[in-house]
Design a protein around this ligand. Structure first.
Ligand code: MG
Length: 271
């Protein structure tokens, strides 16, 4: 794999409440909310919980899903100590394996997203937990109208809520040549899928991540914006064998280290 991270405060907000984690084989974006820097605390708790998981080698599918409940409890506890009403989205991908066969686990709570660029085609993997997404599914507005809708920032699930939120997850084959994009709504709120596709398709992960941030800022930069771009350089399936076995594996375990080629560390721009 090769990968890069970029996060930017944007052009309007006073602080960056997004937190990002690039700790192969797991990559995560968390978008915090709540006044007086509480959002930064909430998103930081989420990334810290996942960093601990990676460091402990606890990366089964269940570990990753269950960690949302841990992050939820910690954010609620931190809220009891002062910053009430804070929460965070999260969206991430992790490279796992089943009997030596690598798979991606993608997961999300809220409106941070996972996309996959495969053979030049961008597909949104995750589904937003938001009011406008519900309106889109009801056929009342289009995806384009959702981006400018007055309720576009209202999410229906967050980490830091009671009861703990449900996590959605997807299992994807690992295909050599694919590129994954994880981002906060500061990206997809400013750029439509066509603009994201045109930009994320060009250059190495660092170039693509940097350019995505630049374009989101040029489009207004009204929110904090975070992106993670992950390439599969080798070791996955070929595109032609991608559909051979569509049965999700029963178990997903931590990958053996030999699968990973963490070529260059990511780039992080906090402000
Ligand atoms: Mg945001």
């Amino acid at each position: 794999m090769d990968w890069a991270i970029a996060t930017d405060i944007g052009r309007v907000r006073a602080i960056n409440e997004d937190s990002v984690l690039g700790r192969p084989p797991l990559f995560l974006v968390a978008d915090g909310m709540g006044g007086h820097a509480a959002g930064e605390v909430a998103s930081g708790i989420a990334t810290a919980v996942y960093a601990e998981l990676v460091d402990a080698g606890r990366l089964t599918r269940d570990d990753i899903v269950d960690a949302v409940a841990s992050a939820n409890a910690r954010i609620l506890a931190a809220g009891d100590r002062g910053s009430r009403g804070m929460g965070t989205t999260l969206a991430g991908v992790a490279l796992l394996e089943s009997a030596g066969d690598p798979h991606w686990l993608a997961f999300n709570v809220g409106d941070s997203r996972v996309y996959r660029l495969s053979a030049g085609v961008l597909a949104q993997v995750s589904t937003d937990h938001s009011e406008v997404q519900e309106l889109v599914e009801l056929g009342m507005i289009t995806a384009e109208q959702a981006r400018v809708h007055p309720a576009r920032n209202v999410i229906t699930r967050s980490v830091g809520s009671d009861p703990a939120p449900l996590v959605d997850s997807w299992v994807l084959p690992v295909i050599t040549g694919d590129r994954l994009l994880v981002c906060s709504d500061g990206l997809h709120g400013e750029l439509d899928d066509e603009q994201i596709t045109a930009t994320v398709s060009v250059g190495d992960p660092r170039a693509a991540a940097t350019r995505l941030i630049e374009l989101a800022l040029a489009a207004g930069g009204r929110d904090n914006v975070s992106v993670i771009v992950v390439d599969v350089l080798a070791g996955g399936r070929s595109a032609s064998e991608a559909d051979e076995d569509t049965t999700p594996p029963a178990t997903l375990e931590p990958v053996a280290g030999k699968i990973l080629i963490d070529r260059v560390p990511g780039v992080s721009r906090r402000a």
